[in-house]
Design a binder for this molecule. Structure first.
Ligand code: NDP
Length: 241
């Protein structure tokens, strides 16, 4: 029987590419999303991948959502914590709401999703948790203090939990994408993108969502059992850490 994978934010952008790549690799995939019903319905129609709506920022909704996925598809073997948002602004203009929304989704979301699947993974002595962090969590980015803090937190979460999961056959890893051509990046002003961001990327282009998805498929595989607590930087050579 094929293993079950949940991908949060799995119906758009990088998450959609991850859902599709995992399906192609033989997993039964549940793609979670927050509110964009139209994109989710289109995604299911095009790929045949089931979508599930709940917010990763809400612990009780995660518990209920994961229970529904497990009832429909079976126990979760692979969890990809991909859902993320930005609420950018310079720190002197950052409101508590901008801070809280980003921390609750991008950092607390990892707790909310991983905690309810962890016990089952420990009992079954197998699991793969893959967290999509960001280059801006590694290097810090002006205008994104909230996002950089959350994404750096994701790396700390990964390193600590990897140590707890190791003896139970569970690996926990992070991927730090650089700039990838999705809605999140297309929201940046085009001139800023062309004149300031792309020139900083040694390969001279944005990354493709599929390039992140291929890293996920490797980390999700049984072959990656010795890789845990690690961070894969997939950023076109923009930053080394
Ligand atoms: P998009 O904005 O294209 O898609 C975000 C996805 O996350 C959507 O499916 C959205 O659901 C979902 N989502 C947002 N909030 C929640 C929530 N509270 N609960 C459940 N799902 C939620 O983002 P990207 O594909 O660009 O980014 C994916 C991940 O990669 C993020 O964690 C991001 O921080 C990270 N990243 C992206 C980079 C980039 O260059 N694009 C660079 C580095 C990291 P819905 O469709 O319902 O809105």
């Amino acid at each position: 029987m094929s293993k079950v994978a949940i991908v949060t934010g799995g119906s758009r952008g990088i998450g959609a590419a991850i859902s599709i790549a995992l399906k192609q690799a033989g997993y039964t995939v549940a793609a979670n999303y927050a509110g964009n019903d139209e994109a989710a319905a289109k995604f299911t129609a095009e790929t045949g991948i089931k979508t599930y709506k709940w917010s990763v920022a809400d612990y009780d909704a995660c518990v209920a959502g994961i229970a529904q996925v497990e009832a429909d598809l079976g126990p979760v073997a692979v969890l990809v914590n991909n859902a993320g948002i930005t609420r950018d602004g310079m720190f002197h203009k950052m409101t508590p709401q901008m801070w809280n929304e980003v921390i609750n989704t991008n950092l607390t979301g990892l707790f909310n999703m991983t905690n309810p699947v962890w016990g089952g993974m420990r009992e079954r002595k197998y699991g793969r948790v893959i967290n999509i962090s960001s280059i801006n969590g590694q290097k810090g980015q002006a205008g994104q203090v909230n996002y950089s803090a959350a994404k750096a937190g994701d790396i700390g979460f990964t390193r600590a939990l990897a140590q707890e999961g190791a003896r139970a056959g569970i690996t926990v890893n992070a991927i730090c994408p650089g700039y990838i051509g999705t809605d999140m990046v297309r929201a940046i002003d085009e001139t800023v993108l062309k004149e300031r961001i792309i020139p900083q990327i040694p390969v001279g282009r944005l990354g493709e969502p599929e390039e992140i998805a291929r890293c996920v498929v490797f980390l999700a595989s049984e072959d990656a059992g010795f890789v845990t607590g690690s961070t894969i930087s997939a950023n076109g050579g923009q930053y080394f850490s």
